[in-house]
Ligand binder design. Structure first.
Ligand SMILES: [Fe+2]
Length: 409
């Protein structure tokens, strides 16, 4: 599968937070804490953490009628409140939306002691998406952000462990956390505990705004709000076990044409099929054995960085900029594959991403001479003609994806 390299497109601001903001020294984190034991960092996040997400922002989100289950859930006394208890049908543009959230109902439940959970907020809040992407890039795993808002003095959930690695970031109010070391046998499952099963916690802390906890998957934890409303983020990273990675690799290797035949393995199966199967297994094993471990791990890491919930793009902006291109605007060759045909009466046929076009031979020669990433003013793409005409040609090539705005790297 082709996985596009991520780059920061023009017009998208830089990420505000770094991985180090969460973990401190990365080398120390990966050597001592990652996948081993829970970690606490007081005052880890710089600046005002309400910039990441605030209670005020959640009031706004609650009133956006598009934010509805499963993005918002309510938990009361340890169990989920049925969605019917806080949603209603609303007609939008003639379409019946059956689960639109009723803010007053949510507020009522919250006042009664319920926890409001905001799931996959990285799919809704651009700032959280940026933050999530920083973590996904580093860990090469799918990352989702869940916001937990608990009222004063209420315990959110009973002691339990989750199948995901977690960063907990306290944003407003305080919350008392107890963490225990993960069990010796880690199954990557969910489980609940009684207080007696757990013994003394290894970390017990009152988490304040800016503090960060790291919980490897299966770390038992319990949390309770203190004397203020508490808002924290759970940044969930789905571990990719060897079995997950090997499956991905297998999928790729098994995609070879030699595995496309359709053997009959039913009632009239004969021994030829069995020996053929043996041959295929041997061939598959040889293909697996021949893999370059480094490049395959790079491919797997890239796949992990492009899971749902972290994409970004600025195509609208790029199209708008292309329409307003000036002769001195700097463009550059993209990585798109281009095949040049023969010069036929002053025009050269080009195949770009499967599309065939014919361009003036001078344009084709100019393009062929450009290295990937090498900048060129739009007015010079078509040598020997007025700059305006060259710019028109450059616009066409930009729309085709042969050239792109040079500010975008
Ligand atoms: Fe949890």
């Amino acid at each position: 599968m082709f996985v596009p390299r991520q780059r920061a497109p023009e017009g998208l601001k830089m990420n505000k937070y770094t991985f180090e903001d969460l973990v401190g020294d990365e080398k120390v984190f990966f050597a001592e804490d990652f996948n081993k034991k829970p970690m606490l960092r007081k005052e880890s996040m710089p600046g005002d953490v309400r910039d990441i997400l605030s209670i005020r922002k959640l009031d706004e989100l609650l009133h956006l009628e598009v934010v509805r289950p499963p993005y918002i859930k309510v938990n009361h006394n340890g169990s989920g409140v049925p969605e019917k208890g806080y949603t209603r049908s609303v007609v939008v543009q003639g379409v019946n939306i059956t689960d639109t959230v009723v803010p007053e109902k949510i507020y009522e439940l919250f006042r009664a002691g319920a926890t409001v959970t905001w799931c996959s907020l990285n799919q809704i809040v651009p700032e959280l998406r940026d933050f999530t992407r920083v973590i996904s890039d580093k860990m090469a795993v799918r990352t989702d952000v869940v916001g937990f808002m608990t009222p004063t003095g209420k315990r959110g959930y009973l002691p339990h462990h989750d199948p995901v690695d977690l960063f907990i970031v306290q944003l407003e109010g305080t919350k008392r956390w107890k963490l225990w070391n993960p069990p010796a046998e880690r199954l990557g499952d969910n489980a609940s505990y009684t207080d007696e099963q757990l013994g003394d916690p290894v970390i017990e802390v009152l988490l304040e705004p800016g503090d960060v906890l790291y919980l490897p998957y299966n770390t038992p934890h319990a949390a309770a709000a203190e004397d203020q409303v508490s808002l924290h983020l759970s940044i969930m990273m789905r571990p990719r076990m060897w079995k997950d990675l090997l499956r991905e690799t297998f999928e790729q290797v098994a995609d070879a044409p030699e595995f496309n035949e359709y053997p009959h393995i039913g009632t009239l199966r004969n021994s030829t099929v069995e020996s053929l199967f043996r041959q295929k297994v041997t061939s598959l094993a040889a293909r697996m054995d021949a893999l370059d471990a480094g490049s395959e791990l790079d491919r797997l890491a890239e796949l992990g960085r492009h899971m749902p919930g972290s994409s970004r793009g600025s195509t609208f902006q790029t199209i708008a900029e292309t329409d307003g291109l000036t002769p001195d605007a700097l463009l550059r060759r993209t990585g798109a594959s281009v095949e040049f045909g023969a010069n036929d009466g002053g025009r050269t046929e080009m195949t770009v991403n499967g599309h065939r076009i014919a361009v003036p031979a001078q344009v084709a020669e100019r393009l062929a001479s450009l290295d990937e990433g090498e900048p060129i003013p739009a007015g010079e793409v078509f040598p020997g003609v007025p700059a305006e005409r060259s710019t028109k040609a450059a616009q066409g090539l930009t729309r085709l994806g042969v050239l792109e705005m040079a500010g975008a790297r």
